[in-house]
Design a binder for this molecule. Structure first.
Ligand code: DC
Length: 229
């Protein structure tokens, strides 16, 4: 059967990864969480001391990019692919608020994006992939057959992210999470290299008041029509 590429973009906590994982499962496609890759590079920079009170030491991180090796490995227990950085499973540390607070300046570096975009294009070269991020429909796969742009209010998204972090046992306040969501929205959509924008031809879905089932049904019907065409 014909395989397509599905590109999903949108601000943080718009439910992209939940939708993308379900879609991939329904279609038997690979799911790639491109945000995990930017998070892993950020975690590397933090471990190396390139991010501190002084901010981000971009030159040192850029100089060390060839020492970063990333891959996804399927975790049979969690039934999802886990992010590995230089052979270490970093799924847990890359999801902390600490990494979320540092990731946007790292993702704004053109050299970082160049390296990760090339890897993402390689992962999707055979099609049959669902990838989510900020520039998937605009830069990584501008020819994707199906492009989605998910939105929701900042308040709705901060509540979702707050609940996720509390459920994981992180000690955070709602105000801290909302501030992080708003700051990342601003940097991710105003940076010079590949800012988040709705790709040409993307279907926009505001899911502030829409359940997962309804979104999935809508998107799956689009996907199946494209696969059958
Ligand atoms: O999707 P996420 O919240 O895990 O992504 C983390 C950060 O990585 C996000 O604030 C912006 C950046 N990112 C990006 O610039 N381009 C992508 N394709 C994916 C994520």
């Amino acid at each position: 059967m014909k395989k397509i590429t599905i590109a999903i973009d949108g601000f943080s906590s718009t439910g992209k990864s939940t939708i993308a994982k379900q879609l991939a499962k329904e279609l038997g496609y690979i799911y790639v969480d491109s945000g995990a890759m930017y998070r892993a590079v950020t975690y590397f920079a933090m471990q190396r001391g390139y991010i501190g009170a002084h901010g981000l030491d971009a030159a040192s991180l850029i100089g060390a990019l060839d020492q970063i090796s990333l891959h996804f490995e399927f975790d049979p227990e969690l039934r999802v692919a886990a992010m590995f950085l230089n052979g270490e499973n970093v799924e847990v540390p890359i999801r902390t608020l600490g990494v979320s607070q540092q990731v946007s300046p790292v993702a704004a570096l053109a050299e970082v994006r160049e390296k990760l975009v090339a890897m993402q294009q390689q992962m999707g070269a055979q099609k049959g992939v669902v990838m989510d991020g900020r520039d998937i429909g605009t830069v990584v796969f501008p020819d994707a057959e199906l492009k989605l742009y998910l939105t929701a209010s900042a308040d709705t998204r901060a509540h979702r992210r707050y609940k996720e972090l509390i459920d994981k046992g992180e000690q955070v306040t709602y105000e801290e999470v909302l501030k992080n969501v708003q700051e990342r929205d601003y940097i991710d959509s105003h940076r010079e290299t590949s800012p988040l924008t709705k790709a040409a031809g993307a279907i926009e879905i505001d899911n502030s008041d829409m359940g997962l089932k309804e979104q999935l049904e809508r998107i799956l019907s689009h996907a199946k029509a494209l696969i059958a065409s």
